[in-house]
Structures are given as structure tokens and as C-alpha cells.
Design a protein around this ligand. Structure first.
Ligand code: GLC
Length: 568
């Protein structure tokens, strides 16, 4: 009865298109195990900032040949996919997030041939390449924008968002740029304002124009044809704006670091239309067995769920930045956040550092036990149910090193917001390869100074020290690739009232792994009463210091990690 009513109410073509969509999603997804997991659920991702990773031509800026030369290192570390922050032609106002040609490589990073070589070499090592897709805006130097600003009747005029001011010198509304000042810039050529959520050099594309959509989708296909395995979608929240351009509510009498009113971005972020685009992008991703990672700043899991889409038809990996808002070593707070994302409607994605936020080494470090705490954080997010996205240098304990004087600042938001906002240079410093000049990153002076810690925290030295942060990362990553419970097991929190030790099981069929993370500076002994779960003891798989188990009792060193296989 219900079936026939459904049939009579829904047009046959809609049903057919639904079925076709379903069929295509089914055929394009290639499971990597008997449980139907996809490659991106088992992969460890690694974000690298190309300016800062490895400089092959010694001009002080990293490049693609530099990345290629380090693929063996990444393979050995246990990385399955690299996400490269934008390496396309760009005037570099926002260090690549201002793209002037989506289908090329900036000459400072090399050429398309270098890209192809890098991709081929990566593939040989089983490493996939993910690119950063800057969907919301282009550079003001893009040919589309050059044409757009040339006249009101230009072919590309409506590819960007142009409006009359409210009066002489008064922008169309009160929206402020997240990088400071009004979000509108007056252009005297046509006496109109254009809209930019970020810098004025990053005009917003008009996603309501189907020609823009077509062109951007074609960019994706172009890179898929070149062999990329997916994209990290930049600033997806900001794709659409209220067509009536209503003023945003001002929510505080105070001003932000840039001296601007504090607004709720009600009418220029997270509009429902974003999801139409994401569904479309997902369809193309599925056709290419590719992954979409989202830069999704969500306020809670309900909002995160929207990015997975109904029936998981949008982003496979929307990043859970809420995890990075837990800014102290608090088992209770981590438990809460892990439980929240574990209950999300899609596969969790964990991040603890990236190119926009303070490195985890400093977020959690107490200045004395930072290396132990770095291992503790690795022991946490690399053993949770979900996909981790590492950030270059995290694995050797690189610290955030912000500029100390305004004159040194490279990131424009640091110049504009100094001293309250120092910009993001601190988390983008060159990778520390060895103890030689410039940390082995380049023979020339690097574009950002190398932090003095390169003498103690670098790949070469840490590779020789079995207790280093790097060796710990390698051990945990190796385990995670081979242990079924860590790959696919469910997350079962344990001892939820413990204020010092965060512990949980990862359970897959009759196998279980116990993870105990001591977030305090004192040794802790925890009785897990394993017999209640049908086990007698746990056999150490990876542990720091003297952390160990005897029967059901696990002793964890200060800021220590114990990971053990449960034994019947
Ligand atoms: C994203 C990027 C950030 C960039 C901004 C504008 O937030 O992560 O680095 O500045 O988008 O593209």
C-alpha cells in the first residue's frame, strides 16, 4: 500500500534518477575490506605546506621536487595520502589561497611535469595525492576577475558579486571580512563594490551563476584526469551569500583584533545552498573513487552531520575542528568531544594541527613535558575510530614559532592585526630535516625563519633515537595499519569518571585493543577489571617509558601512553 502511494506521488523520472545515482555510487566505491570500508577510511592523511616542506632549488621556498625527494620519508612514516596546500599559480597574497589559474602549478613550485613526476612517484609508493580546492574565491589576478571588473557588461561580470554602494563611500551592507575591514571593495572602473569574505585580493566567486559552477567542476575533472585522489575543500562554509544582502547582526559591543565590530556571519556563511554544491561535487568524486575533505568550522555535531549529507552524499571527511577547541589535557573534555563525533552520521575525521591554527605541541605542552605530551596526543588521535589528518612537523614535535616583531610578519592578517593577531607564520615554519644550516630545508635563507628547536627536533636525529616523538609516531602508525580493531573497531569508553586517565577500547568482533592515556603529571595505576569484558589481561603493543600492564591493572607513566591487545 505505502509503496504504491509513493509511486503515484513521485514522478517516475525522479525515481529513475534516484536509482541511477544509487547505482553509480555503488559501482564507484571500491571497498578495501570485507566490511566495505573505503580507502579513505583506512588511510592516514598528511597535510604539507609546500612553501615549507623541502626546497630542491635553493630559493628559500619549498617546491614539488622537494616533496618528491621526501616521499620515501613519508612512506616510512606511515602516510597513505598527502594533501598539498595550494600550489597553483598565485600572487601569494594569501600564500596560494589566492589562485590565479586553477589548472597549473606556480613556477615557484615547479611545473605540471614536476607535478606528474611527483604523483607517479607517490603512486609507486602507494601514496595518494590530494589537492586543495579553493572554491569560494579566486585571486583578483585571475583572468576571470580581470574581465569581470573591466565593465558591467563583461562576459565574466556576473562571475563575482558586484553591487552598488548604499551611497557615496558606503558599502552595500555591514559585512566585514574575516581578515579585517569591510568585505566590500569599491572599484572605480565601474563604480561598484565587489564582495570578498577574505582579503580584497580574493574576490568571492558567484556560485549562483551556473557558468561559475560549470567552470569549477571542470577544474576538478581536469585534476582527476591527472590522477589526483580527491580534494580538501577550502572555506566551504562561505560559498553562498544572502541574495538580499541583509546586514549581519552585531553580537558584541566590543571590537575584534582588527578593530571591526563583532558580527554573527548569519547571512554570508553556511547557507543551505552550500549543500547542493557539495552533493554535486560528491557525485564527481564518486565517479573517480576520490575523497572530499572539508574545511568545516562547525559549532556542534548536528552541524557537522549536515556536511556528511543525508545518507552520506556530501563530504566523506568533514574535519571536526571542535576537537581542536579542547585546549587543555582534560580527559573529561576529550571524552565528551570524542563521544559526540563518534555518534556523528558519518566517518569521523581527526585533526590536531594545521596551517591556520597553533600547533598541538604548544596547545597542550606545558613547556617541560612537551615531547611526552606530543606522544600522548598521537596516542590519542591516531587510535580513535576515524581518519586522522596529520600536519607536517607534528611527528617531530615542531613548535609554533610566531614572529616577535611586526616587521618580520609575512602573513597579512598578522600585519593588520598586530599585536593582538600575529598571523599564522608561527605554524608554517620550514620542516626540520636535520641539524645542518636552515635545518636541511634549503641552502638559501628560508622564507620564514627556522625555529631554534631544529637542533633538538629534526628528522635525522629523531630517526636515530628510539624514544623520540618521531619513532613513537612511526610505531603507532604501523600498528594502526595492521590492527583490525584500530582500523575498524568500535569506540568503547572506559572508566568515564577518571580525571587523569583517558581510556577506551577499540573492539572488532572478538578482538579488542585497550588505550590508556595518562593526562596527568603523576604515575597512574588503573584497574580495568577486564574479566567483566571476558578478558584476562592486555599484552603491550605500544607504550611509552615504563607504562605496562599486569593482569587487569595498567600502570601509565606521567603523560604516558599504553596501548595493549586484550587477551582472553
Ligand atoms: C582557509 C585556509 C586559509 C586561507 C583561507 C582563505 O581558511 O585554510 O589558510 O587563508 O581559507 O582562502
Amino acid at each position: 500500500m505505502r509503496g504504491s502511494r509513493l509511486f503515484s506521488a513521485v514522478p517516475v523520472c525522479a525515481i529513475l534518477s534516484f536509482l541511477l545515482q544509487f547505482a553509480s555510487a555503488q559501482t564507484s566505491s571500491k571497498p578495501v575490506d570485507a566490511e566495505g570500508h573505503q580507502w579513505w577510511q583506512h588511510a592516514v592523511f598528511y597535510e604539507l605546506y609546500p612553501r615549507s616542506f623541502a626546497d630542491s632549488n635553493n630559493d628559500g621556498i619549498g617546491d614539488l621536487k622537494g616533496i618528491t625527494s621526501k616521499l620515501d620519508y613519508l612512506k616510512d612514516l606511515g602516510v597513505d595520502a598527502i594533501w598539498i596546500s595550494p600550489c597553483f599559480p598565485s600572487p601569494q597574497v594569501d600564500f596560494g589561497y589566492d589562485v590565479s589559474d586553477y589548472e597549473n602549478i606556480d613556477s615557484m613550485y615547479g611545473s605540471l611535469t614536476d607535478f606528474d613526476t611527483m604523483a607517479t612517484e607517490a603512486k609507486k609508493r602507494g601514496i595518494r595525492v590530494i589537492l586543495d580546492f579553493v572554491v569560494n574565491h579566486s585571486s583578483d589576478q585571475h583572468k576571470w576577475f580581470a574581465d569581470s571588473k573591466s565593465s558591467k557588461t563583461a562576459e565574466h561580470r556576473d562571475w563575482y558579486i558586484w553591487r552598488d554602494g548604499k551611497g557615496p563611500g558606503v558599502p552595500p551592507n555591514n559585512w566585514t571580512s574575516t581578515f579585517g575591514g569591510s568585505a566590500w571593495k569599491f572599484d572605480p572602473t565601474t563604480n561598484q563594490y565587489y564582495y570578498h569574505f577574505f582579503y580584497a585580493e580574493q574576490p568571492d566567486l558567484n556560485w549562483r551563476n551556473s557558468a561559475v559552477k560549470d567552470a569549477m567542476f571542470e577544474v576538478l575533472r581536469w585534476w582527476y584526469r591527472r590522477g589526483v585522489s580527491g580534494f580538501r575543500l577550502d572555506a566551504v562554509d562561505t560559498l553562498f551569500e544572502d541574495p538580499d544582502l541583509r546586514d549581519n547582526p552585531v553580537i558584541s559591543p566590543n571590537k575584534n583584533a582588527f578593530g571591526d565590530p563583532i558580527e554573527e556571519s548569519k547571512y554570508n556563511t553556511k547557507l543551505p545552498e552550500v549543500h547542493d554544491v557539495l552533493r554535486g561535487l560528491r557525485k564527481v568524486a564518486d565517479e573517480n573513487n576520490a575523497v572530499l575533505i572539508g574545511e568545516t568550522w562547525t559549532k556542534d555535531v548536528a552541524e557537522l552531520n549536515r556536511y556528511y549529507g543525508q545518507g552520506n552524499n556530501e563530504l566523506q571527511l568533514p574535519m571536526d575542528f571542535l576537537f581542536t577547541t579542547v585546549n587543555k589535557l582534560s580527559p573529561a573534555e576529550f571524552r565528551k568531544q570524542i563521544a559526540a563525533v563518534d555518534s556523528a552520521s558519518g566517518w569521523p575525521t581527526f585533526v590536531i594541527s594545521n596551517h591556520d591554527i597553533i600547533r598541538s605541541y604548544d596547545r597542550y605542552g606545558d613547556g617541560v613535558h612537551n615531547d611526552d605530551i606530543a606522544k600522548l596526543m598521537a596516542g590519542l588521535y591516531l587510535t580513535l575510530r576515524g581518519t586522522p589528518i596529520m600536519y607536517y612537523g607534528e611527528e617531530i614535535g615542531m613548535k609554533t614559532t610566531p614572529p616577535t616583531r611586526k616587521e618580520e610578519v609575512k602573513d597579512p592578517i598578522g600585519v593588520r592585526g598586530w599585536p593582538k593577531e600575529k598571523g599564522r607564520d608561527g605554524e608554517r615554519t620550514p620542516m626540520q630535516w636535520d641539524e645542518s644550516a636552515n635545518a636541511g630545508f634549503s641552502a638559501a635563507t628560508p622564507w620564514l625563519p627556522v625555529p631554534p628547536t631544529y637542533k633538538t627536533h629534526n628528522v635525522a636525529d629523531e630517526s636515530k633515537d628510539k624514544d623520540s616523538v618521531l619513532e613513537f609516531y612511526k610505531r603507532v602508525l604501523k600498528l594502526r595499519h595492521t590492527n583490525k580493531a584500530l582500523l575498524d573497531g568500535s569506540y568503547v569508553p572506559l572508566n568515564e569518571n577518571d580525571q587523569n586517565v583517558l581510556s577506551y577500547l577499540r573492539v572488532f568482533k572478538d578482538q579488542a585493543v585497550l588505550v590508556a592515556l595518562n593526562m596527568s603529571g603523576a604515575q597512574q595505576k588503573v584497574n580495568f577489571e577486564l574479566s567483566k569484558n571476558g578478558f584476562s589481561s592486555s599484552k603491550s603493543l605500544v607504550a611509552t617509558g615504563n607504562s605496562s600492564a599486569q593482569g587487569s591493572v595498567v600502570t601509565v607513566e606521567p603523560y604516558g601512553v599504553f596501548i595493549g591487545q586484550l587477551v582472553k
